[in-house]
Design a protein around this ligand. Structure first.
Ligand code: GCW
Length: 718
């Protein structure tokens, strides 16, 4: 996407008269394609954007200027003039400090906050102009992207009066990237961080990564895997991380690193990592001081401790608060913070895994230092296609929380299945915790408003890799996009975001948009149905998690098997988590929520078997037995994918050949794998239900033993 290359491409494009879709695209440009608008739009837009008027410069304001220049040139077919003064069609951008013109306008910039922006149509000395104004340089850059989005999505450029400021302070990606460039649960190639060649070779891709994130307002990135390697805190790697931080700084993105709890032993030569040991505390303090010498605006540490074999404070009989506070103290004088993950559970603990994080963290509420944020996965197990919201949301009034969503599709079909995660994110954000009465939504916990926290966060486990299209598939780019947009404003409609994304990524043609957005909005529910309908969860194959494995049992830990979760037997299926007869996980929710989850007559059937073990003949609301309903849902999930394929087949006129073809093929893979999930799951559960399939529903074509024997030792992402 470098400018020269882009302009060359543009000339070629303009020289030819064929329609845009005929040109192959490889997805590299993401939603920042800036392809020429159609003639009618050009005539409408061009008079509003003939010149760029900037003021004093800075690295960030220069990035805004470059983006506006690049974007407007691409969209409108000619470069805007760089003008020192305002004339008709001027786009004036800056802060009151950088631009005397903006200072003179006395705009209501309080609406923009520290990071937001205003975009307004104004008259300056009689000339019609547009201002992109902010209190900070980064706000101007965000405003520049928002302005270009208006054109890319064909919004009017007249009478603009837009004010936007992020609702969530920390908007962060977590890369589960290892120093050897493998990516845990990554399905889009290798890590984009070329550690070996850093710090000298700074891949131009890093700039495009920063641009894409800044276009959404993402302002932080944890570069490395939470299953951490202490080496990343050694000088050699700090120098490399510093090089990345230098690239990202103009784009408002702060670098964070994961901190391995046992680092004082592994790279510090100490005998212990006990957080209350003075030598350990001194080591972390010195380490923090050292990091800030490399990266003066270092964000802080992201920590996974005492979870899935990672070291942590409990190894020394200390609490998570002891561990987090030790690191927080080391970072505090530099303005850094600790993002401490609540994804903790142990197989030595006999209680329901879904309850463990709540039991661990609720008693610690009030004990965390003020620069600690606790990061909580959307649900209590692990990024399943559907989970009820995590009971920790709203349960720790004194502790600011960050939402952790998974963007990479570990449990939703890797890179090939089309699953727009917007609907899943929205479902969690809109869930009502009832912790301060009706309307205490998860979104209000996450933006800090429910309990008045200034800092809180939204974190996404990235799906970015070296694949030319960044995310493994074109539609997976939408998941990065929707994550970022929701981090900025968790109240946005994810249908609107899908529409916005599809316009920028493919086409503004209504004949393309309606079916595409409908397909995206239904796609996650299709996955839920062909993998884990009715509240079932954790049914995937062992270890690599590719494909169905409801039969997974035995092995080193019960909580890594499927039978632990579905509990199917001759009597029925589902995990009894009720207070009356089960694990009592329902009691971890506010009484109003608990009462709904507890009662089979009140619970939404989407969560039925998450909380209840029910007989195969239990009557679901459709009137069908539970067994029949299960088969109907599994089968419906597959037919939904068939329908998606058909939809896509009708959209070839609107999409360039290369992207069209890959998506079509991926949908075919998805259909095949959906069928596999359905058949294998039905074959397996039928051994318990001992019932025939409802009339008209085809039996699995192969015996259960066939599905059980399938093996994929080299599946990606481990
Ligand atoms: O989802 C599970 C994954 C692990 C991951 C872990 C976590 C980074 O299977 O690969 O480890 O969650 O979130 O820590």
């Amino acid at each position: 996407m470098r400018i020269a290359a882009f302009l060359r491409g543009l000339i070629v494009l303009l020289a030819m008269t064929a329609s845009v879709p005929a040109f192959a695209e490889d997805g590299y440009d993401l939603w920042l394609r800036y392809r020429p608008v159609e003639e009618a739009a050009r005539v409408r837009y061009q008079p509003a954007a003939t010149a760029l008027v900037s003021g004093a410069s800075s690295a960030t304001l220069d990035a805004a200027k470059t983006e506006l220049m690049h974007g407007l040139t691409g969209l409108l077919g000619s470069a805007p003039a760089l003008s020192p003064s305002v004339r008709n069609g001027a786009v004036v951008f800056g802060t009151p400090k950088s631009s005397p013109i903006i200072a003179g306008l006395k705009l209501p910039l309080e609406k923009a906050g520290d990071e937001g922006y205003l975009i307004r149509s104004v008259r300056i000395d009689g000339a019609r102009a547009t201002v992109i104004a902010a209190n900070s340089d980064i706000g101007v850059l965000y405003g520049a992207f928002a302005y270009l989005r208006l054109i890319q999505t064909r919004q009017p450029l007249e009478n603009l009066d837009i004010a936007s400021a992020p609702k969530v302070a920390l908007r962060m990606l977590n890369h589960w990237d290892n120093l050897d460039r493998t990516v845990e649960r990554g399905y889009s190639g290798q890590s984009i961080w070329d550690w070996h060649k850093l710090p000298d070779w700074k891949d131009p891709r890093y700039v495009d990564y920063a641009r894409a994130n800044a276009s959404l307002g993402i302002n932080a990135t944890t570069l490395n895997n939470v299953n951490a390697n202490a080496l990343s805190l050694t000088p050699m790697y700090l120098e490399k991380a510093a090089a990345l931080a230098d690239v990202f700084r103009p784009y408002g993105i702060k670098v964070y690193l994961t901190a391995r709890f046992s680092a004082p032993i592994e790279i510090g030569g100490l005998k212990t990592a006990d957080p209350l040991d003075p030598a350990v505390r001194a080591w972390w303090k010195a380490k923090a001081d050292e990091i800030y010498r490399y990266i003066p605006d270092f964000g802080g540490f992201t920590v996974k401790a005492n979870s899935e074999g990672q070291p942590g404070p409990q190894d020394y009989k200390r609490t998570h608060a002891d561990g987090a506070n030790m690191m927080a103290e080391a970072l505090a004088s530099h303005g850094g913070e600790v993002i401490w993950r609540a994804f903790v559970y142990s197989h030595e603990q006999p209680d329901d895994r879904a309850k463990q994080a709540y039991d661990e963290f609720v008693p610690l509420d009030g004990e965390f230092a003020s620069n600690v944020i606790v990061q909580v996965k959307n649900g209590a197990i692990d990024f399943q296609p559907r989970e009820p919201f995590h009971p920790l949301f709203g349960a720790t009034p004194k502790t600011p929380l960050a939402m952790e969503f998974q963007i990479t599709k570990e449990y939703l079909g890797f890179a090939t299945h089309l699953a727009y995660l917007g609907s899943m994110y929205e479902e969690t954000l809109k869930a009502d915790t009832w912790r301060r009465g009706k309307g205490s939504t998860v979104a209000k916990v996450i933006d800090g408003s429910l309990f008045g926290h200034k800092r809180s966060g939204m974190v996404g486990v990235a799906n970015i890799g070296t694949d030319r299209n960044w995310s493994g598939s074109d539609f997976d780019q939408a998941n990065w996009y929707v994550f970022g947009r929701l981090a900025w404003d968790p109240y946005l409609s994810t249908r609107d975001i899908a529409d916005e994304w599809a316009r920028q990524t493919f086409s503004n043609d209504p004949a393309f948009l309606k079916p595409t957005v409908d397909m995206m909005m239904g796609s996650r529910e299709a996955v839920v149905n062909y993998m884990t309908p009715l509240g079932l969860h954790h049914l995937m194959a062992r270890s690599h998690h590719y494909g169905p494995g409801p039969w997974v049992s035995g092995g080193e830990r019960a909580d890594w098997t499927s039978v632990y979760y579905h509990r199917a037997d001759k009597a029925g299926i589902g995990f009894d988590r009720t207070a009356a007869t089960g694990s009592k996980a329902t009691s971890q929710y506010a009484p109003q929520v608990a009462a709904t989850f507890e009662d089979v007559r009140k619970i939404d059937e989407k969560d039925l078997l998450w909380f209840h073990h029910l007989p195969w003949d239990y009557r679901t609301r459709s009137g069908r037995t539970l067994w029949d309903e299960l088969v109907v849902r599994y089968t419906g999930g597959v037919s939904d994918v068939t329908a998606m394929r058909n939809t896509w087949a009708g959209l070839s006129p609107y999409v360039d050949k290369e992207r069209y073809a890959q998506i079509a093929t991926f949908l075919a893979i998805q259909e095949k794998e959906a069928q596999w999930w359905r058949d294998a799951s039905i074959a397996y559960f039928q051994t318990f239900s001992e019932r025939p399939l409802p009339t008209g529903y085809a039996p699995p074509p192969k015996p259960l033993s066939y599905y059980e024997a399938l093996s994929f030792p080299e599946a990606p992402g481990i």
